[in-house]
Ligand binder design. Structure first.
Ligand SMILES: [Zn+2]
Length: 238
């Protein structure tokens, strides 16, 4: 893909209109605008215009690749659940909210599609790679499709701060937590209980996510990328 050369007059107007701070705020952001970043990626037909360009730091511009901001292509709905709840809470929630035909990407669903009922370590790794591959592809999709993804730990070796990336790109994030006692009861065996403890050590909650997202949305409003900061998607009640 060729590097973009932006008209200096367009760049000057971008900086005058939106400022020179990095718009992306991905993990590792230096906040100093050093490059021109296309909101609708150049590879998706995004134009070299003031409405479509914001300043980004070198780090964010490189690590974003062609991932789209929520709604500027695919709309990613991330459903975070503790380890024992994938099949129940997450799928019930998704079934209640998705439209017919929306893709669903879940570890259990992928394992089942591979014919795995009790996957070994190696098989689990293969399922995780299938999950990541689908996630990466939908994250850059320019089609306005709603995609539902379930996840227990919002991090990976490749993306240790995955949750921060989701907030930066303004994904729709839901935490479904039936409570530690319920999960502890459901966990069969020492390994399952270790994973439950690990999940609760993250202290994830919808309230925490909502407050981070409302700050991020206020910033996106300043950047002319959101009309209304106050609107937060309907949340499940527990
Ligand atoms: Zn940055």
């Amino acid at each position: 893909m060729r590097r973009q050369v932006i008209d200096p007059l367009v760049r000057r107007e971008v900086i005058e209109t939106w400022g020179n701070d990095c718009w992306l705020e991905l993990p590792g952001c230096t906040h100093v605008g050093a490059e021109d970043d296309h909101i609708v990626p150049y590879s998706h037909g995004g134009m070299d215009t003031v409405p479509n360009i914001r300043r980004a730091c070198k780090h964010c511009n490189a690590s974003r690749q062609d991932r789209v901001l929520y709604g500027y292509g695919a709309r990613l709905h991330m459903v975070i659940v503790p380890p024992g709840s994938c099949d129940r809470e997450a799928m019930d929630y998704i079934d209640a909210h998705k439209q017919p035909g929306d893709p669903v990407v879940s570890f259990t669903g992928l394992a089942r599609a591979m014919g795995l009922t009790e996957p070994s370590v190696g098989e689990r790794r293969a399922v995780a790679m299938a999950w990541s591959g689908a996630y990466r592809q939908f994250a850059v999709s320019q089609e306005p499709v709603d995609v539902w993804l379930t996840r227990t730990m919002p991090n990976s070796r490749r993306h240790p701060r995955m949750l921060d990336e989701w907030v930066a790109l303004d994904y729709d994030i839901h935490v479904l937590d039936p409570g530690f006692e319920v999960e502890w009861e459901r966990a069969a065996g020492e390994e399952a209980r270790r994973r439950v403890r690990q999940w609760y050590a993250l202290h994830l909650s919808q309230a925490l996510i909502d407050s981070r997202q409302s700050r991020r949305r206020a910033r996106l409003v300043q950047l002319g990328l959101r009309a209304d900061a106050a609107k937060v998607a309907a949340r499940p009640v527990w």
